[in-house]
Structures are given as structure tokens and as C-alpha cells.
Design a protein around this ligand. Structure first.
Ligand code: NAP
Length: 249
């Protein structure tokens, strides 16, 4: 197997479970050193750190809240101390607090915006000085097709993910001349703890509406991340790549 990310270092937010974990494993298999964060799941994070080092790369787990700018700045400082350089930032940490607008509290709206959208500002702002200095870097933001099409009961989540797209496109325009690329991956329906809470009949219904007739795996998202993190995508910035089995076409 040709390893596509040899000697690179990535920061991945929210990698103790789900899609982030899948990205961390795929990156380590491709020769990438991985610094990753979690908020609560310290046991899973320690386990993953060990698993990643098994692929002969450097790996370290950091407890850091992506919705806090203070935590994000501190994280950057620590990762630079531990790894010396950073090539890739993956803003993956995210949450849902679904409800119809008539039942949505201000707290649940703010919470989702802070964790899904402000977190992207926090980490991008923390890392930009490093990327500007080295005149290279790839930022990959994990959005959602819900940010492109909306979804009933997810107005807060859809707003946060649509915001991520606007933020990404603006940053791509700001930083392109310094060889810093910024893109979004918009997954469709991916099997993780975020989606396993949904009732069986809803999952079956979604599956029937997917042209490729299967639910996505975290590896499907990870493969697109490898592409956007590697030199294979050197001329691609400001884009939204859907990883959704053709669901939103
Ligand atoms: P998940 O299984 O619920 O995992 C979420 C991960 O993010 C966990 O590792 C969690 O850490 C971490 N996290 C959450 N908030 C955090 C914060 N403030 N600071 C640091 N870490 C935080 O979710 P997922 O399904 O893998 O989703 C990952 C990303 O993909 C999210 O941005 C989500 O919106 C997006 N997405 C998912 C789907 C899908 O179908 N699953 C579809 C489209 C987009 P702890 O374990 O410590 O809590």
C-alpha cells in the first residue's frame, strides 16, 4: 500500500469515537502522526492513542473542548511542543441537540452553534499563525449534507453546518495566496453513535433513499480526508465534497 501522508502531522478534534476515530486510524495507517482531542471519553482516547502508535507513528490524546478558544489556543501550544510541526487540521468535533423550533431552547441552539461552528473558528484561528509562517497547510472541516439541504428538527444543526461552509469558503479566499487550503467534507448518513440512536424504521427509510443503497462508514469519510490532506488535492480549495452515497444529488 502506498502511504499518502508520510511524515505529516495532523490535529483531529473529537476523535475518541465515531468519524473522528475512523479518520485518526486511516491517517496513522497512511504514515501520519496524529494529535487528537476528546472532551469526556478519556478511556476510549487512551485506547486509541495506543492503537495509533501501533502503526509506527507518533500519537497523543488531549482533553480539550473545541467550543473554547482558550482550550484551542492551549492545545495548539501543546501540540507544537510535542510534535514540532502541524500540516493538517481536521475540525471534526460536533454534536446534535435535535428538536422542532417550537420546542428548541435558546441553550440548545447556542450549544450546537458553539460546538459545531464556533469550534471551527477557534481551531482555525489558533492554527493560522503556524500555517501562515510555514506557508502551507490543509484545513478540513466536517460539515453535513444537512447544512446544504436543511432537515426538520435540526434547524440549529443545519445552521451550524451551513455556517461552516460559509466560513470555509471565506477562509479559502483569505489564505489561498499563502498555500493554505480550506475545504469541507459533507457526510450523509454515517454509522456512528450519533446516528445509532435513530429508530430502525427511520434508518431503513434513509437507506432506501440512498442511490448506493447502504449507510456510510467512517472509513468512507476518512478516505476523502486523506485525499484533501495529501498532495493529491494540491489545487483544490474552498470546496464542499459530499460523502453521501449520492443521497443529495
Ligand atoms: P459522535 O460519534 O457523537 O462523536 C463525536 C466526537 O466528537 C466524540 O469523540 C466527542 O468526544 C467529540 N466532541 C464532541 N464535542 C466536542 C468538543 N466540544 N470538544 C472536543 N471533542 C468533542 O459523532 P460522529 O457521528 O462521529 O460525528 C463527527 C462529525 O461528523 C460531527 O461534526 C458531525 O456533525 C459530523 N457528521 C456526522 C454524520 C453522521 O451520520 N454520523 C453525518 C454528517 C456529519 P467525547 O467522546 O469525549 O464526547
Amino acid at each position: 500500500m502506498t502511504k499518502l501522508l508520510i511524515d505529516k502531522t495532523a490535529i483531529i478534534t473529537g476523535a475518541s469515537r465515531g468519524i473522528g476515530r475512523g479518520i485518526a486510524l486511516a491517517f496513522a495507517k497512511n504514515g501520519c502522526n496524529v494529535a487528537f482531542t476528546y472532551r469526556n471519553s478519556s478511556e476510549e482516547a487512551q485506547k486509541l492513542e495506543k492503537e495509533l502508535t501501533g502503526f509506527n507513528v507518533k500519537s497523543k490524546a488531549y482533553r480539550s473542548d473545541a467550543s473554547s478558544l482558550r482550550d484551542s489556543n492551549k492545545l495548539l501550544e501543546n501540540v507544537l511542543k510535542d510534535f514540532n510541526s502541524i500540516d493538517i487540521l481536521i475540525n471534526n468535533a460536533g454534536i446534535t441537540k435535535d428538536n422542532l423550533l417550537m420546542r428548541m431552547s435558546e441553550e440548545d441552539f447556542d450549544h450546537v452553534i458553539n460546538n459545531n461552528l464556533k469550534s471551527v473558528f477557534n481551531m482555525s484561528s489558533a492554527i493560522q499563525r503556524t500555517f501562515l509562517k510555514q506557508r502551507k497547510g490543509s484545513i478540513i472541516n466536517i460539515g453535513s449534507i444537512v447544512g446544504l439541504k436543511g432537515n426538520p428538527g435540526q434547524s440549529n444543526y443545519a445552521a451550524s453546518k451551513a455556517g461552516v461552509i460559509g466560513f470555509t469558503k471565506s477562509l479559502a479566499l483569505e489564505l489561498g495566496s499563502r498555500n493554505i487550503r480550506v475545504n469541507v467534507i459533507a457526510p450523509g448518513f454515517i454509522e456512528t453513535e450519533m446516528t445509532e440512536v435513530l429508530p430502525e424504521n427511520i434508518i431503513e427509510n434513509w437507506k432506501n433513499n440512498i442511490p448506493l443503497k447502504r449507510i456510510g462508514k467512517s472509513e468512507d469519510v476518512a478516505n476523502a480526508c486523506i485525499f484533501l490532506a495529501s498532495e493529491l488535492s494540491d489545487y483544490i480549495t474552498g470546496q464542499v465534497i459530499q460523502v453521501d452515497g449520492g443521497m443529495l444529488t
